[in-house]
Design a protein around this ligand. Structure first.
Ligand SMILES: [Cu+2]
Length: 567
């Protein structure tokens, strides 16, 4: 309702006065969600930098131990900084990778992605969101492969997919509390899925899943009038995702249901499936908190395998599909060292506690461990023998080479686990081109958002121009690299340079399209790249010689190191 009100405001006054009024009259979680989503999508929102959500609703980004300490500190008027530990103990091997699912910046990326591309979006709000379904596939695929890589660097097997008729292996004790409404419910290990009253039966989930497998097997979706929509093409993934999420873009929600959204609620309610204990919604039911629960990644592996089934049913790329005649990548290397480390970072907890007129403000902070890496550059020598300027699309991927048993991935399985590092366009002069691309400029990432207080200070000072922070969707730049190993973790680094005059949907080759387009799209515009997301490693590769013989694609081996001396 509030989003409808705000998005229909044509004047600043209308938006601000409604926001001020509803702030006093609505549930604060709903208010924040509606306001953020409206600022992102309204024309009136240009130039606004939204404060980091972990400082607006800290309850959803930190654990109950920290919140208790903050309450005590506030009541006793004692400022404090509280060190935040990741949920659980070392007895739980999943705890080794909790730094990823509980990373405050990664969670902001995930929430904001869902605000940029709401499942309930209708085009009457402000136009069609280009390739929303495919972006959903791609951003969650990337979270999945990234989590797997983090697991490998911590000597854990990659995630197994969730199955409705098998026990949910990992339990989860969230140690997270709502501001109003009690503790998030916990779930013990090895429980069997139960039907959830008022949501779905387990059988319904299996039926929905099999209808989707049928669509993939047939190569078409059936819309609500019985018309057939072909998915055996580049656009198939977009349509498939629309029916799985599902979004308002689904052509047949009656038949295909909403596998993804319902699965989140099913998982969130397994601690109290029949409402016997009056527990509030689980972490899986909020975008802010979902990735804290290891089953988030099981669920998304399950979804991801459905997409893989579709992608691998398409014909493999041929040499002609991949080739960029006259362009050779002669060398590919890294300037600097690929090195990760953990750092401590403080964020403000003042919004976690209540305040009132006349009560002094008390400085309250949480200190968290965050993954970071040294800056580096990708360096490539690209030869253009076309005798004229051409535009190249540069796609860079980093792919783990070995599984947790030290078994080397073959080309086709390994390529499905590739992590997107960057995508950009460059004009190539005739002859040799020495291309240097800084890690900080990656179109997959966003820089650290300034703190709420520094945004308030900037606004108070009257000079406020921070276009680089306007978008919060994107992997935090400090997390561009997956965690390495002390003695180096082995990756394949792949650069594919393809023909920009074919791929690029815009005319300006050197534009950065808002900086974070690879997984978040170019805001309000057509997705800049015509090719399927994940190209050219998104399909079955029965014969790797097709790639080896394509001179505009280069693969080299690199190692990512982890420095654990930092703290
Ligand atoms: Cu999600």
């Amino acid at each position: 309702m509030l989003f409808e009100v705000l998005i229909q405001c044509k004047e600043w006054d209308c938006a601000v006065k409604n926001a001020a009024y509803w702030r006093e009259h609505m549930n604060e979680g709903e208010f924040v969600y509606a306001l953020y989503t409206a600022v992102i999508h309204s024309d009136l929102g240009h130039g606004i930098v939204l404060p980091p959500l972990y400082e607006v609703t800290p309850h959803l980004f930190t654990n109950s131990e920290i919140i208790q300490k903050a309450y005590t500190a506030k009541m006793t008027n004692t400022p404090g900084t509280f060190e935040m530990e990741f949920t659980g103990t070392k007895k739980n091997k999943e705890q080794r990778v909790a730094y990823f699912g509980e990373d405050i910046g990664m969670n902001v990326h995930h929430v904001t992605w869902h605000m940029d591309f709401p499942f309930w979006w209708e085009d009457r709000y402000g136009g069609h969101l280009d390739r929303k379904g495919e972006l959903f596939f791609w951003v969650h695929h990337q979270l999945t492969v990234r989590f797997d890589s983090e697991r490998l660097s911590n000597y854990l097997d990659m995630v197994d997919e969730l199955q409705w008729d098998k026990p949910i292996e990992e339990g989860f004790a969230p140690h997270t509390i709502y501001k109003y409404g009690g503790e998030f419910p916990a779930r013990p290990d090895h429980i069997h899925f139960e039907d959830v009253d008022g949501v779905a039966r387990v059988r319904d989930m299996i039926i929905m899943e099999s209808r989707i497998h049928d669509a993939i097997g047939h190569g078409y979706i059936t819309d609500k009038d019985g018309k057939v929509i072909n998915i055996m093409n580049d656009q198939g993934i977009d349509k498939l995702r629309d029916i799985i999420e599902s979004s308002v873009y689904s052509p047949n929600v009656q038949y295909y249901g909403a596998l993804h959204n319902t699965a989140h609620i099913m998982l969130g309610r397994q601690g109290d499936p029949h409402g016997k204990y009056n527990m509030p919604p689980g972490v899986m039911e909020h975008f802010e908190t979902a990735t804290r629960d290891p089953t988030f990644f099981r669920l998304h592996k399950y979804m991801d395998n459905i997409f893989k089934e579709h992608k691998y049913s398409l014909p493999p790329y041929t040499h002609e599909d991949l080739d960029f005649p006259g362009v050779n990548v002669d060398s590919l290397s890294i300037d600097g060292e690929l090195k990760t480390y953990f750092e401590d970072y403080e964020f403000d907890l003042r919004n976690a506690v209540d305040s009132a007129e006349g009560i002094p403000t008390v400085d309250l902070k949480a200190s968290v461990h965050r993954l970071n890496h040294d800056d580096f550059s990708f360096v490539a020598d690209v030869n253009n023998n076309n005798g004229k300027e051409v535009v190249g699309t540069f796609r860079i991927y980093l792919c783990p080479r070995f599984d947790n048993n030290g078994e080397r991935f073959d080309f086709t399985n390994g390529s499905w686990h590739c992590i997107e590092m960057d995508k950009f366009w460059k004009t190539l002069s005739p002859g040799g081109n020495h291309v240097v691309r800084k890690s900080r400029d990656s179109s997959v990432t966003v820089p650290d958002v300034p703190s709420f207080q520094s945004l308030i200070d900037a606004a108070d000072s009257g000079s406020f121009s921070m276009p680089e922070f306007e978008r919060s969707c994107g992997i935090p730049n400090r997390m561009l690299l997956p965690k390495g190993k002390k003695n180096g973790m082995d990756f394949a680094l792949i650069l594919a340079v393809t023909d920009g005059s074919y791929d690029l949907t815009h005319s300006d080759a050197e534009s950065e399209h808002g900086g974070t387009h690879a997984q978040c799209g170019a805001h309000g515009e057509t997705y800049p790249d015509k090719r399927p997301m994940g190209f050219p490693v998104d399909r079955h590769i029965p014969d790797r010689r097709v790639y080896d013989e394509t001179t505009n694609i280069k693969l080299v081996h690199v190692k990512v190191y982890h420095d654990d001396s930092h703290h």
